[in-house]
Design a protein around this ligand. Structure first.
Ligand code: PLP
Length: 390
């Protein structure tokens, strides 16, 4: 298999796995059992990991909370902020292209009285910042806008959003799941209040993430989602997932800007070749600011499900992985004004440092052959070629 679905999940780095193994074998003490040496050892390792992660994000380790991943972080923040602040206001602002974890959580609290405002994007997937400015009102308690979109790779201007929210005195929560590992976010410079990351998106283990919550003179209040022990300052109960936490810290330490630049070169090489070798295709959001690894491509009159069956040795995605099994077209592409038919003709390619130029050459060749085969037996394509259809 050639794996080009790295926005869904990534291969774990071998030094990450090695760093985790002792905590799955001999060092299995519960990090909360600090009365004995084995508990103290894992407690210490977890705190070291917290320091490592905080260092990468340029924040205080006390501002880092461990969770099971971004879905949990997102649910905790949206539900938890709504519960604590709804007496002040019930309005929450989100982007039209947020991840389903954000959208479904908002739909759930809407039933409890929340009022959700969606900020639209243009046909390139870029956020309408003026709409955001006019949407913030005195009832707004939270703005939730992602750093980069999982389907298109399009970045939102998080610096500008953070400044707007700061000026208007509204909490800004940034879902940075797709950015961390692909580019640096310096939280000592950008006044984001809350941010989430997920290890399996940057060659760490699955089922572990972190939530950054800025310490402010007026502390941010979030009602916990998972009750239990007093872990994570009472924000998140449950026995520590020590090995995963160690793995996440190691994975974030591995992130390198140089490697990310190489991934970008590879992605650009792929896009140049697609344009040169495959007719009637369009790279979505080509002129928008995008993260380094993502390419979402529309192939005219080629159904993505059919194409993926033909590309049986290549792992890619149509829409986001969380949408698998759901036949509805992607809400992200819809927000970018693609109609249902067009969005069914889009494939997401998301690269990583484990991809090579040789793999890309194979993918281009396979893609070209598969598309030509599909089009050769398509009456619609024939009509299009004869000028009967647009
Ligand atoms: N947010 C974005 C932008 C994502 O891409 C994903 C995963 O696909 C999530 C949130 C959910 O992350 P997790 O898998 O850690 O629950």
């Amino acid at each position: 298999m050639i794996y080009i679905d790295n926005n869904a999940t990534t291969r774990i780095d071998s030094n990450v796995l090695e760093a985790m193994l002792p905590y799955l074998k001999e060092d299995y003490g519960n990090a909360s059992s600090t009365q004995h040496k084995m508990g103290r050892l894992t407690h210490h390792a977890i705190e070291e990991s917290r320091i490592s992660i905080a260092k990468k994000l340029k924040v205080d380790p006390k501002e880092i909370y461990f969770t099971s991943g971004s879905t949990e972080s997102i649910t905790t923040v949206i539900k938890g902020v709504f519960e604590r602040y709804q007496s002040i206001g019930k309005n929450i602002i989100i982007g039209a292209t947020e991840h389903k974890a954000v959208i479904t959580t908002c739909e759930a609290i809407e039933k409890k009285g929340a009022e959700i405002t969606y900020i639209p994007v243009n046909e390139n997937g870029e956020l309408n910042i003026n709409y955001l400015k006019s949407a913030i009102k005195k009832e707004t308690i939270l703005v939730c806008l992602m750093s980069a979109n999982n389907e298109t790779g399009v970045k939102y201007p998080i610096e500008e959003i953070a400044e707007i929210c700061k000026e208007r005195n509204v909490l800004y929560f940034c879902d940075a799941t797709q950015s961390i590992g692909k580019e640096e976010i310096d939280l000592s410079q950008i006044p984001i209040d809350i941010l989430c990351i997920s290890a399996h998106k940057f060659h760490g283990p699955k089922g572990i993430g972190a939530l950054f919550i800025r310490r402010k003179s007026k502390p941010i209040q979030i009602e916990p989602l998972i009750l239990g022990g007093k872990q994570e300052n009472g924000l998140r109960g449950g026995t520590y997932n020590t090995a995963n936490i160690i793995g996440m810290a190691k994975a974030i330490e591995n992130v390198s800007q140089k490697v990310n630049n190489e991934v970008e070169e590879l992605r650009n090489y792929f896009e140049r070749n697609v344009n040169n070798h495959i007719e009637d295709c369009k790279i979505l959001s080509l002129h928008a600011k995008r993260i380094v690894n993502t390419s979402n491509i529309f192939f005219k009159y080629v159904n993505s499900s059919e194409l993926m069956i033909k590309l049986s040795n290549i792992a890619v995605s149509s829409g986001s992985a969380c949408m698998t099994g759901v036949s509805e077209p992607s809400h992200v592409l819809k927000a970018m004004n693609l109609n249902n038919e067009e969005s069914r003709c889009c494939i997401r390619f998301s690269f990583s440092k484990y991809n090579t130029k040789e793999q890309i050459d194979i993918v281009i060749q396979d893609l070209k052959n598969a598309i030509e085969q599909i089009r050769a037996s398509s009456p619609i394509w024939k009509m299009y070629k004869e000028g009967i259809l647009d």
